[in-house]
Ligand binder design. Sequence first.
Ligand SMILES: N[C@@H](CCC(=O)N[C@@H](CS)C(=O)NCC(=O)O)C(=O)O
Length: 254
Amino acid sequence: MDYVKVEDARDKPGLRLALTMGVPGPWSQAAKYLFEYKDIPFMPVGQVGTQDNPELFDWTGHRNAPVAVFEGEAPRVGWYEIIMLAERIAPTPRLLPKDLVARAVTIGLIAEMAAPGGFAWQRRLQMVDVMYAASDDPKARKRPDILAARYGHNRAAADQSHQACSEFLNGLAAHLKFQAARGSDYLVGDSFTAADLYWACFSQLLMPMADDLNPMPERLRGPYTAPETLTFDPMLIIHRNTMYERHLSLPLEF
Ligand SMILES: N[C@@H](CCC(=O)N[C@@H](CS)C(=O)NCC(=O)O)C(=O)O
């Protein structure tokens, strides 16, 4: 990905998308694919994970990623408002179903993956523990310290994360089975929606794809991979592989 610096992007027209550089951060990956899928051109702007990103903060008021800035509009940082922006700029191909209940299910499933307290927040709490366990000298604790402070890591929160992840994974697998029984390969209805796109990206926090498809830094592969004690139905991975093959570009770019 050819990232542009904040100073070269902030006064440009169109869509500018700040993404975490060098790692397959699922929120950034999903935002990137939303716009790619709809053929909406954007200027990728580099955010450095766990750093202060003062230029990004000065421009958008945010230090993490993704941040979507469209024309002169206010910056958007939440997954929901970023999806709605993509749907507005290019209504077709749609990633949210037209039917109200199907749309609510799509948004609800994504919330279970990406909203505060959802699967990825829980996995990040576990990831911080793995990073602490691997860093004996105080300098190496800097990165997990920053993530811990930004995303609410404490002993009680981390201790309940295993159970929370398990409930999410069991629920999602049961839902995929229900869909399969009615003859659909997709999470909602009979076609690709934002829920499939988000699960493809967020499943990298369960079982990252192999290096040829997901060339992530080796030091992060351990923290991204779920502990062996977190068991899950392989169907969850088969589904994400199918979604990438059919609808999303590979290898991952970050
Ligand atoms: N704002 C997003 C969440 C974004 C987010 O959690 N980004 C993380 C992904 S790990 C990030 O940028 N972390 C690195 C950092 O804080 O520098 C949303 O709620 O939809």
